[in-house]
Structure formats: C-alpha cells, structure tokens
Design a protein around this ligand. Structure first.
Ligand SMILES: [Zn+2]
Ligand SMILES: [Zn+2]
Length: 253
C-alpha cells in the first residue's frame, strides 16, 4: 500500500500546499480521497494517470475538497488519448448524487462519462458504513465538521490507512483509526490558533495516541502551521513517529 499526499493545504491558496487530495494505492485499486482545486495537476506531477483512478472518495463538499471533480469527469470524455473503458466510482456522504446532479445541470452531458462508466455510491453520514470493491474495504464514519462530512479508512490485506477528512476531535475517528498503520489527520491550525470544526497538532496527536495508530501524518495546513513547529506540539501527546506532510510526499505501508 502506498499513500501520496497530493495536496497538504486548505482553502487558502498556497504555491507549496495545494488544496486537499490524497491518493491511496492498494494492491488492486487507486482511491483518490478528495479532489480539491489543482489536484489534477498534482496527479500529473506525481506521474499518476487520471485514468488509473478507480474510486474518487469525497469526505465532504467544501470547494477545497471537490473543485477538480468537474475537470476530472470532463477529462474522461474529452482528454487527448485513449479513454478508460472500465467503470469507476464516485463515492461520498449522502449528497454526492446531488452534487453530481448539480454539476451536470451546470456543465451538461459533457461531464457525464460515456458508456455508463460512472457509478455513484453514497455512504451513510450519520453512522459507520463500509463498502468492498476488488478485495479492498473502504470504511467511513461521521466526522466533526460541517454536515455531512466523513472520515475514511482503507483496509487492504492487513494494511490500513485512516484519513480524517476535515474534523475536530472525534470519538468516531479514534474508533475508525484503531491501530491503523498510518493516520493522516488534518491539523488546520497550531494549538494556539485553534478554529472550530478542525484539529490542531495536539488534538491530532491525542486521537493518534488513543487509537494506538502506528504513524501520524499531519496535513491540511493553513499558513500559520508553517510558522511554528507543529510536530513538536504533536509530540507532547503522541510517542509514535510523526510526519509533517508536504505535497507529493509518498508513504509506504
Ligand atoms: Zn478543508
Ligand atoms: Zn471543510
């Protein structure tokens, strides 16, 4: 299993930190968790062909997590070169059908992948849910953020990654991340600048510690996170390895 942080940033445009997107490569699937503005370009920079994505999994519908969805769909009909013939999934919390329908209302059939290649699957936003595809388990649970918003865990042959999405402290997330190999947790602001609906280094670390996660990867940084030592703040509450993410960071599991 491999995790590639495509976007370690937020709604604030930053040259070095793209808005949200994390690619999880499993033995049989490429799952793209969130597709914020600029993620199509980061995929190119990571040398990943957009046609290799089997599942786009949205944690919620804030623009910094979904804005490249229309260009992604459009590329599936009109990009230069051969088209992917295999079906692919768009998944997310309840409302993902509505989001897709809204985009189709705006852009028309141009973004509707031809030959019924697009399959949509909604995950329950108020309780844990799961989905199996090609031997990979995708588990979701409600996050502490806007509604709906989910956190995600991907299990593949005894290996796992858990991705918080946007979330403040959440018992659901601690349960979801139980003994996970890699816990990718949002850390929007340093401890001293905490904002509602989001985590800080110490909150992320406390959740990692309670979950007995084997590694903590901090991500989703607003600019103040690059002005303090967020790893030092987190290390007071979690004794395992802590990584401060950057765009195009690869983590082998
Ligand atoms: Zn966000
Ligand atoms: Zn958000």
């Amino acid at each position: 299993m491999e995790v590639i942080i495509l976007g370690s940033g937020t709604a604030t445009p930053q040259l070095e930190r793209n808005a949200s997107g994390t690619l999880v490569r499993t033995s049989s699937l490429n799952v793209l968790v969130d597709i914020g503005p600029g993620i199509m370009r980061r995929l190119c920079e990571a040398r990943v062909d957009y046609r290799e994505i089997d599942v786009i999994l949205l944690t919620h519908f804030h623009p910094d997590h979904v804005s490249d969805l229309a260009p992604f769909l459009f590329a599936h009909n009109y990009a230069y070169g051969t088209m992917r013939s295999e079906g692919f999934f768009l998944m997310g919390p309840c409302g993902v059908e509505q989001l897709y329908g809204g985009l189709v209302n705006i852009y028309g059939s141009w973004i509707v992948p031809s030959s019924n290649r697009l399959m949509i699957r909604e995950l329950n936003e108020s309780r844990p849910d799961d989905f199996f595809f090609k031997g990979v388990e995708i588990v979701s649970s409600p996050a502490e953020h806007s509604r709906p918003c989910i956190s995600i865990r991907i299990n593949d042959h005894g290996k796992s990654v858990t991705i918080s999405g946007d979330s403040a402290y959440s018992d659901n997330l601690v349960t979801l991340a139980w003994t996970t190999d890699v816990f990718v947790c949002e850390c929007s602001m340093p401890d001293e600048n905490m904002i509602s609906g989001h985590s800080t280094p110490s909150i992320a670390a406390r959740m990692a510690s309670l979950a007995e996660a084997k590694k903590l990867v901090l991500t989703h940084f607003y600019p103040p996170c690059d002005q303090v030592d967020v790893v030092a703040q987190a290390s007071l509450f979690y004794s395992g390895p802590i990584v401060k993410s950057e765009d195009l960071l690869k983590i082998e599991i």
